[in-house]
Design a protein around this ligand. Structure first.
Ligand code: DX5
Ligand code: ZN
Length: 251
């Protein structure tokens, strides 16, 4: 079955003075999920938005999936407010949650899809026991806190590992990646098995937001199509055969 690729523009790199318009432009360009980064200045060294901003955005874009990425301590205290404000998915960091199972169930009890996030230095096996109860796993491919950082290549191994575990255990969680997703990295990311692609800098920082989103989604979907088709995969990876090669094969 073909992989469903979602582009999740991260408003962290949008112009906060025109957040609604920037978000709409990214969605018109092909964004299918809006990624909202919530930072508390404790778990990560930056401060961003809280439930009132989510609620305002919800009025501007009523129908799209809101993916709230909580980079905060004490997530349990704030989950009800984010759910009330219009979050669709809420993800919390494994490193920030002492009672992760409880927190994931709390998210679900407020009508949202629970996700778990791991930092670049956290191994995938830390999630072994919760993989059955999450809707998505978010692999951080930069250290969280800021946009426009360089993609950390070893994150790809974690995405591959998660895809393998999902297959071998017959689980259904989706795999999301966040940080440094851009035209030059998205092919490898999709080939590794990520399906929800968070992108801030590549969508909002320069040029036309709609066009940036559209090109990125197109590149991701092309990589997914090649991955899914053995015939296309051969064409993309095998060197073109020469006349003498063909001759050799026939003889
Ligand atoms: C970083 C945030 C990301 C950030 C990604 O802590 O979680 O969502 O916006 O930024 P880019 O796409 O600019 O690397
Ligand atoms: Zn994020």
């Amino acid at each position: 079955m073909a992989t469903v690729i979602d582009l999740a523009p991260s408003i962290l790199s949008a112009n906060f003075a025109q957040l609604g318009a920037d978000a709409k432009a990214a969605l018109e360009g092909g964004g299918t999920v809006l990624h909202l980064d919530v930072m508390d200045g404790h778990f990560v060294p930056n401060l961003t938005i809280g439930p009132p901003v989510v609620a305002s955005l919800r009025k501007t874009v009523p129908d799209v999936t809101f993916d709230c990425h909580l980079m905060i301590e004490n997530a349990d205290e704030f989950i009800p407010a984010f759910a009330e404000a219009g979050a669709s998915w809420i993800s919390v960091h494994q490193e920030a949650c002492v009672h992760l199972d409880r927190t994931l169930h709390l998210i679900e009890s407020h009508g949202c899809k629970p996700g778990v996030v791991i930092n670049p230095a956290t191994p995938v096996h830390m999630l072994d026991d919760v993989l059955e109860i999450v809707h998505h796993v978010l692999v951080m491919s930069v250290n969280p806190g800021f946009g426009a950082q360089h993609f950390i290549p070893y994150s790809l191994r974690k995405v591959e590992a998660l895809a393998g575990i999902r297959e071998s255990r017959g689980l259904g969680f989706r795999i999301e990646i966040d940080g440094g997703v851009a035209l030059d990295t998205v092919g490898d990311i999709v080939r590794a098995g990520a399906e929800i692609l968070v992108a801030g800098n590549a969508v909002f920082s320069q040029g036309d937001i709609r066009e940036n989103a559209s090109k990125l989604l197109q590149a991701a979907r092309s990589a997914a199509a090649v991955k899914a088709s053995p015939r296309l995969r051969r064409t993309a990876t095998a060197p073109r055969s020469t006349k003498s090669d063909r001759h050799r094969r026939q003889t």
